[in-house]
Write a protein that binds this ligand. Structure first.
Ligand SMILES: [Fe+2]
Ligand SMILES: [Fe+2]
Length: 333
């Protein structure tokens, strides 16, 4: 007996839900916050930015005194965590709004509730790290905060776009964290642990968004598909900038020349390459669900994030496949 698309979707969500029950992490039981080796110390060189962070490999950054490189690294890691938690808070609110309309027996209810619970835990672990680092970082800048309001009409009237926005937030964070873990640079163990947990749980979240879009986009009407084929690369580009570009306060605090920031995000070859690599999985998904029409393809190119699609989800970028640090995920409790 062949299963309908809806049955396949329900089975996959059941598997994801069971994954959430059996492999989950508690931010206070599974993170060894008080490990003496994890004490936050402004002379600890493990806070120096890894090479895969565009700023971490920039000549300006490398020419700064070590203490300043450490201070910049701590501030940046704290701010990335705070931007991440702002995004997750928005996602949790939007998911609750989305679920109000779900009917009894919709398999998405159970899985989304598991995912929202995991996101709550992520906000706890991110805020705990920010507090321990001690940098008073702002997180998402005010313009980005306003742009995120676009998510509300999407939740109610265009849920396929809402799920594209979810991917726009999750794919860049996940990709950059995997690149740091795979890159092999020495980084602070608190950061390593948090990224390992985050990458492990985000894999399920990203799978869910892919499953939702695979089921629903092919069934959408022509106008919705046409809008999505153009909106997808625009959302990816805008959200990657929101999540990765450092806020004005960061530039001021560390006297970072504007030319350096402009070059990094994303005018240098390395920056452009990173941006393209981040979305290889979304390009593959777009092809898979019929969104790569000629206009959509042009939109990907104009947004500067075109390129080949990944052959399988999570395929590492060529230059960074040295080490899969996140495949080992020891529990501390
Ligand atoms: Fe998360
Ligand atoms: Fe997530």
């Amino acid at each position: 007996m062949t299963l309908t698309d809806e049955q396949v979707y329900a089975e996959r969500l059941q598997t994801l839900s069971e994954g959430s029950v059996h492999i989950s992490f508690d931010p206070y039981k599974d993170i060894d916050w008080d490990n003496p080796d994890w004490a936050v110390d402004p002379t600890d060189t493990r806070w120096i930015l890894p090479k895969v962070d565009p700023l971490g490999s920039h000549a300006w950054y490398l020419s700064q005194p070590v203490e300043k490189q450490i201070a910049i690294g701590m501030w940046r890691q704290a701010n990335v965590a705070r931007v991440g938690l702002h995004f997750e808070q928005l996602l949790i609110r939007a998911f609750m709004q989305y679920m109000v309309r779900l009917e009894n027996n919709d398999p998405a209810f159970r899985y989304i509730t598991h995912e929202a619970a995991e996101e709550c835990n992520h906000t706890l672990m991110f805020q705990e790290m920010v507090n321990r680092i001690g940098a008073d970082v702002p997180g998402m800048d005010p313009i980005s905060r306003k742009l995120t309001l676009a998510i509300w009409p999407a939740v109610s009237f265009f849920p396929e776009l809402f799920f594209v926005m979810i991917l726009g937030g999750e794919e860049p964070i996940d990709h950059l964290q995997k690149e740091i873990l795979r890159g092999g640079d020495t980084i602070h163990p608190m950061l390593t642990r948090i990224m390992q947990i985050h990458v492990a749980e985000e894999a399920r979240h990203i799978s869910f968004a892919h499953e939702y879009l695979k089921l629903n986009v092919p069934k959408a009407n022509f106008a919705k598909k046409a809008a999505l084929s153009v909106a997808t690369p625009i959302v990816m580009r805008l959200m990657a900038e929101m999540l990765a570009a450092p806020p004005a306060q960061f530039r001021r605090e560390f006297d970072i020349p504007d030319s350096v920031i402009e070059e990094l995000y994303w005018n240098s070859n390395q920056g452009k390459d990173t941006l393209r690599r981040i979305f290889a999985d979304v390009r593959a998904l777009s092809e898979n669900i019929g969104l790569m029409n000629p206009v959509g393809r042009l939109a990907w190119r104009l947004c500067g994030i075109d390129g080949r699609a990944s052959r399988y989800r999570g395929e590492p970028g060529r230059m960074l496949a040295k080490r899969d640090a996140f495949t080992e995920l020891p529990r501390t409790a």
